[in-house]
Design a protein around this ligand. Sequence first.
Ligand code: FAD
Length: 436
Amino acid sequence: MKYTYQKGFKWLFIYFLLALLPLIIAVLGKIPEYRSFAVEAGAALGFIGLGMLGLQFLFSGRIRWVAPSYGMDNILQYHRETGILSFLFVMAHPLTLIVVEPDFLAYFNPAENLPRAMALIFVSVALIVLTASSLWRLTFGLSYEMWRLVHGVLSLSVIFIGVVHSLQVSHYLNALWQQLAIVIIMGAYGYLVIHTRIIRPWRISKKPYVVEEVIAERDDCWTLKLQPLGHPGMRYKAGQFAWITLGDTPFSMQQHPFSLASAAHDSTILLTAQNSGDFTSTWKDVKPGSRAFLEGPFGSFYPEAGKNLFMVMGGIGITPAMSMLRTLRKENDSRQAVLVYANPDWEAITFREELEELNKEINLKLVHVLEEAPEGWQGETGRIDLDLLKRHMPENSEDYAFYLCGPKPMQDAAELALRDLGVDWRWLYSERFQII
Ligand SMILES: Cc1cc2nc3c(=O)[nH]c(=O)nc-3n(C[C@H](O)[C@H](O)[C@H](O)COP(=O)(O)OP(=O)(O)OC[C@H]3O[C@@H](n4cnc5c(N)ncnc54)[C@H](O)[C@@H]3O)c2cc1C
């Protein structure tokens, strides 16, 4: 059981403590003369908003010691929701102050102090852009890479201006130790971005991979077979994922997450992508012999020791399941695995032939679900729902851990259905490919 209430409460406690840290630092110094409750509350909102914004860097998904406690998609969902909350806190800071004390509007008046006004107007606009572009990226027609670049640059700018603003106002942060503490804490959050974008790529540049083969799979999917070049490769668990960069350098905005579809710890790495956009459409043309860089492994979507596996997968969401099944085969593991695999039709079943082989080689119950079935098809048809899952639910379901990966509607429906069938959420793991 990777997810527990204890872990949840621990992380919530850490979150609240860190979010409140700037406020705690502010009130630990010499308390200035009391203004009014509304004004002090308005000031407090600013400190809390700053703390929450800084924390966004911690939960943005690449910190390996944060992710295993909750799962990557939960953390990114959390990042998204706390991002909206921190936006509301930060925006409530000037709004509260201006409403109760209109003199505070002077902070936005270029005639009073041009750089200050420009910086604060910039932060307000940047926060709106950050939030709107994250919620409606596709509506705005922003490519993922462009969104990521804008998101990173604006977030860092907002934090930087927020810190400078709190130091300049210095109403609460009037002692040197307080100012240093704020700079160090917020600097540490900013460093996380530098670590992700510069230090880690530099490290992985020393561990390149070479593309040995590009394999065409069913349903316009392509597998890259990678060999480590001059190093032993990566240690990973079945179902984990890595970020891949194709080309001669890992310093690139084109870094994408893919499940490691090979068996756990295999030094030969298999990644399979469906041709679905700018990056994945290049896979079929990747030249054998070219370079790739992998950052990872990440994720907590891996089999529980001693538990049987019940997997509900759809389309290309099969890749982490392939890793789990290939690992069972490699390790002669006789655990029971149930795979409910949804696809549009018989021809679209990626890895269809290998799944048939695995069906004979390991203790696997394979259930294909086709939206459009060929004539004479005896198996499941339609969409995955409660009734379908109930039909294939093993009697000893408490001996199973449950794994979900597939298109969002399928995943949402299956998650709810499994919960309705009495599956404990702590044994239910879901990997979402569509982050934003
Ligand atoms: C943990 C995880 C494992 C994944 N494993 C697989 C896999 O095994 N096979 C597979 O085909 N796909 C997998 N994906 C999805 C894959 O990362 C995206 O489909 C891919 O990045 C699409 O890029 P594109 O430029 O081709 O398409 P685009 O049209 O640019 O993007 C399509 C969607 O992919 C997502 N995406 C794009 N770029 C990134 C990025 N750099 N980081 C995160 N998400 C991005 C966005 O949600 C976007 O809306 C996985 C995603 C995650 C999060």
